[in-house]
Design a protein. Structure first.
Lengths: 194, 194
């Protein structure tokens, strides 16, 4: 998505070779109309899938997920992150390790909102090592629901989450894939014209 | 908002005389098109204000805030909740006590995204004791920005947050005000026709 790449080039702050800060349009401040364009871009990529539900992870996934849900006209469920979770048979849960924060969180969704009758699109803001995404995919599998794929706003292509998941035949559609970044330059993987 | 009151009557679960669970459309699963109607309702109430920015609190405030932002065409900033925050001169912060969780969280916004040139609309999902809202109002005051008011999806009118804030001349617009609730019945305060 060309407009997204431009926004990243103009506004993202590269804090280290692997850490990028996109607070100005994704992780802290959000431009709703740009977010709607992102929702439409995901819709265009996945519209041939019989999506019945979108799931995402709080908090930065919510804005792009809800906008995508507007185009699909399906419910959006945001998974909760908690330090630890006592076993609860009303929830599907997974543990997610964060390399940046060096902590493990439980993510969960109520069984009321995910079942084998669903065909799920996962939306998330960032893909790096893919830990959060793998947790969400495990939850979809556990529920028996079908998986349309994963729509990612920004993928750090030089980390292994995306390639790992694609190898296991998960459909990953990232609107921008950063192949390399330094304080001066951000390089994107080539993309289909959009 | 009549459609909201109906949704609350049909789907909300009253867990105790003061605790209501609205996971099916606000706090866990979200209907994007209904959320857009909520955004439009807030826009209708505040459209005469020169709003330049919307702020909300992660996570459940994000969906209604972003949809409201779509109508105003202004940025939406979601404040972060953290257990505690080391002093940071790049942030405006406030402490918020949660009566339900019996914990104090720091909420914060980067000074990059709020200034005296802003005229702020605060959007939040629920208003009970008003602790979170008071924290957000303190932050707006500290930044020197103007305050258009607060748009609340569901207010528990039998708790004192809303009346306290209205007494201090803060404009609070709640789309549904619950005056009383039991497991069997939810009663709303009278509202203007919408």
């Amino acid at each position: 998505m060309k407009a997204l790449e431009e926004k990243i080039r103009e506004e993202a702050v590269v804090l280290s070779p692997s850490v990028i800060k996109v607070d100005s349009f994704l992780n802290h401040s959000v431009d709703p109309s740009f977010m709607k364009d992102i929702g439409e871009a995901f819709y265009t990529k996945f519209k041939n899938e019989p999506v019945t539900k979108i799931i995402t992870l709080e908090s930065s996934g919510i804005a792009p997920a809800v906008m995508t849900g507007l185009f699909f006209d399906v419910p959006v469920v945001f998974l909760r992150k908690q330090k630890s979770l006592t076993l609860n048979d009303q929830l599907f849960t997974a543990d997610v390790y964060s390399y940046t924060k060096e902590t493990t969180n439980s993510i969960s969704i109520s069984k009321e909102y995910l079942s084998e009758n669903d065909h799920v699109l996962i939306i998330d803001d960032l893909l790096a090592n893919g830990q959060a995404l793998k947790g969400m995919i495990d939850i979809v599998r556990e529920s028996g629901a079908g998986l349309a794929g994963c729509g990612i706003v920004i993928e750090k292509g030089f980390q292994n989450g995306g390639s790992d998941l694609r190898k296991s035949n998960i459909r990953i559609e990232s609107l921008a894939i950063i192949s390399e970044m330094t304080e001066e330059t951000i390089t994107f993987s080539e993309r289909e014209e959009d």
